[in-house]
Ligand binder design. Structure first.
Ligand code: SPV
Ligand code: MG
Length: 296
């Protein structure tokens, strides 16, 4: 039985949530030992071949989060952009995600059209309007364990540290179970300052961060700074792009797969990852020779 995000945080275990975009990437992340999964908008959008700019619908994001949920037993944090609409949409969104067994949603305080935080042109939501979304989200959850993470984009949108800290207090008062503080500096300076100033100002909920640009800062260093959860949002899909490009260019150039065979997963590994061995329908055929190529 995996520990919940709340339990991990209570035990002071850093929660490393790795961004995944489908069932297979979720299975691989669980095998690798991560504590939680991030069903991220960038990865899921990219897997659909579209930009992370509010293009996919709530239904599409929800379906992919459910696919991730069903493939693993790890806690799943779903990135739900700015909630996909106003408070009424947020209420329905929470019901959909909570009833599907998703452990947490992360809602960001940006206005539509929301763009990925590493792009430009962000419009921050009014703190009071966003606080109502958090209240609506919290009042719509059915399971006690469900978490609503309020994501602060002040430092992404060029606003001040003071604004970030005051918003954090407003969102926590509205019921947020945790705050995600996002920064795109190359160092964790903003994260460290926010953590210190927010605590001094009275913030008590756990903090999450997204160490994409300040990647030289380790999990332990971030934990020391008061960060409970680290979201590695895009590294897995970036790595898979590199792997796919490598295989594609080799195959295109070589005209056969022979040279790359030692570098790619065997069919046996692939079958095993998705539990093919446990199929009853296949067991009844076990006396027969495997299909051609199945030993590869
Ligand atoms: C995502 O993975 O979609 C995120 C995290 O929201 S970030 O790309 O850092 O904005
Ligand atoms: Mg996102």
């Amino acid at each position: 039985m995996n520990r919940t995000i709340r339990q991990l945080i209570a035990d002071d275990v850093p929660v490393r949530a790795i961004g995944v975009h489908d069932g297979l990437s979720a299975i691989l992340a669980q095998k690798a030992g991560f504590e939680a999964l991030w069903a991220g908008g960038l990865g899921i959008s990219a897997s659909h071949g579209v930009p992370d700019a509010g293009i996919l619908t709530m239904t599409e994001f929800h379906q992919d989060a459910v696919r991730i949920r069903r493939s693993t037993t790890l806690p799943v944090i779903a990135d739900v952009d700015a909630g996909f609409g106003d408070v009424d949409v947020v209420r329905r969104m929470v019901k959909l995600y909570d009833s599907a067994g998703i452990d947490a949603v992360c809602i960001e305080d940006k206005q539509y059209p929301k763009r990925n935080s590493f792009l430009d042109g962000h419009l921050l939501e009014e703190p009071s309007v966003f606080a109502r979304k958090i209240e609506a989200a919290k009042s719509s959850q059915q399971s006690d364990e469900f978490m609503v993470i309020a994501r602060l984009e002040s430092l992404i949108a060029g606003s001040t540290m003071e604004d970030a800290v005051s918003r954090a207090l407003v969102y926590a008062k509205a019921g947020a179970d945790a705050i995600l503080i996002h920064s795109r500096l190359k160092t964790p300076a903003e994260i460290e300052t926010f953590s210190r100033e927010a605590r001094t100002a009275g913030l008590t909920v756990p903090l999450f961060a997204v160490p994409t640009t300040y990647h030289t800062t380790s999990v332990d260093q971030l934990h020391e700074m008061g960060i409970a959860g680290m979201i590695y949002a895009n590294q897995l899909i970036r790595g898979s792009i590199t792997a796919m490009e490598h295989v594609l260019s080799r195959l295109y150039a070589d005209g056969s797969t022979t040279a790359m065979e030692p570098e790619i997963s065997t069919l046996k590994e692939l079958f095993s990852l998705v539990d093919t061995d446990t199929l009853d329908g296949l067991k009844s055929w076990s006396g027969l020779a495997p299909a051609v190529g199945a030993q590869a």
